[in-house]
Design a protein around this ligand. Structure first.
Ligand SMILES: CC(C)(COP(=O)(O)OP(=O)(O)OC[C@H]1O[C@@H](n2cnc3c(N)ncnc32)[C@H](O)[C@@H]1OP(=O)(O)O)[C@@H](O)C(=O)NCCC(=O)NCCS
Length: 294
């Protein structure tokens, strides 16, 4: 597949092929050729013929979120993702799949369809164009750990999320992640993240932050590594250490008191510590805030 701009790892575009999981009633609202990419293979979760692919997708979830302690039961996948939302990802046809991946995914003998190597799931919220991210998964790290070292899958997570948000027609995005999650490195590629929560007991992982951003051409292209796009840079006011639950609670109190903060850039990892930059802003104005007021 081709895109009209350069991405961080162009080999992903030549090696992999896109797919979309969408119920027939949601399908017409999706752009299956985001940025003019080759049309994604549409998987209809209401059809029996989709069962093997969806089993492999569930396996991808287990391989990536299992170690994080948050694998999805199959019914959650169906009720809370495949039917009400949309899934976009990149896959490899089974006949071209590397043996180590075939083993990791336990691809059934005789299966000749696509094997999903990444997925992004999001759900539409009440306001048109506002989406909530439910799951980002990339088999890249698991395949590297399993010994697939001669195939370059770097950038797979970011490319998948960027193309997916365009496919879904998202204009405003909200998501939740953990302060220590590696995925935070991907989320900040879309620009400054508005912080809606910093300490979240409503989530099974209390050290969860809820974040949002405006989805623009620039934010999507920047996320995928287009070198011609530069997003505005904001200096941090302070750094929050990703294990410091007291700092998370203090920040949560300040957010609830009406103060506004963004994460302006990538975390810094050193010697087991993770420092996330935080900047106070007067308001979530254009480019910084939209959709939750203030
Ligand atoms: C998180 C996940 C999607 C990343 O997938 P991936 O294919 O490795 O992602 P990418 O290669 O696109 O990006 C990873 C980025 O994080 C950076 N990164 C990761 N760990 C880092 C570290 N310790 N220090 C600095 N950068 C780091 C990488 O360098 C890369 O950024 P770059 O492209 O600017 O170099 C994958 O590990 C996964 O599926 N994890 C389990 C599920 C999960 O946690 N999902 C997110 C829930 S919000």
């Amino acid at each position: 597949m081709q895109l009209p701009f350069a991405v961080r790892n162009p080999s992903l575009l030549t090696q992999l092929t896109p797919y979309v999981v969408a119920a027939p009633f949601n399908r017409p609202l999706l752009d299956v050729s985001p940025f003019g990419a080759s049309p994604a293979t549409v998987i209809d979760p209401t059809k029996l013929e989709s069962a093997s692919f969806l089993d492999l997708l569930h396996r991808l979830d287990g391989l990536t979120f299992g170690p994080e302690g948050m694998p999805m039961p199959k019914w959650v996948f169906y009720d809370c993702a495949e039917i009400p939302g949309a899934i976009y990802g990149l896959a490899c046809p089974a006949e071209r799949l590397w043996p180590v991946a075939r083993e990791l995914f336990q691809v059934p003998d005789g299966y000749a369809g696509l094997v999903p190597l990444s997925m992004y799931i999001a759900l539409p919220m009440q306001t048109r164009g506002v989406w909530f991210g439910h799951n980002l998964a990339s088999a890249g790290p698991a395949l590297r750990t399993a010994g697939l070292l001669d195939v370059d899958l770097r950038g797979l997570g970011a490319l998948t999320k960027g193309l997916a948000l365009r496919c879904f027609g998202a204009r405003t995005f909200w998501g939740a992640t953990q302060w220590l999650s590696k995925a935070l490195f991907i989320h900040v590629k879309f620009g400054p993240l508005r912080l809606a929560t910093a300490w979240t007991p409503a989530h099974s992982e209390h050290e969860t932050l809820t974040y949002g951003f405006d989805v623009t051409d620039a934010s999507l292209r920047a996320s995928m590594g287009d070198p011609t796009v530069t997003l505005p840079k904001i200096d941090p006011d302070f750094w929050l250490e990703g294990h410091d639950t007291t700092a998370m609670r203090d920040l949560q109190d300040r957010i609830e008191a009406g103060e506004r903060f963004v994460i302006p850039g990538a975390p810094r990892h050193s010697q087991g510590a993770v420092h996330v930059p935080i900047t106070q802003v007067p308001a979530w104005g254009p480019g910084l805030g939209h959709g939750l007021g203030g």
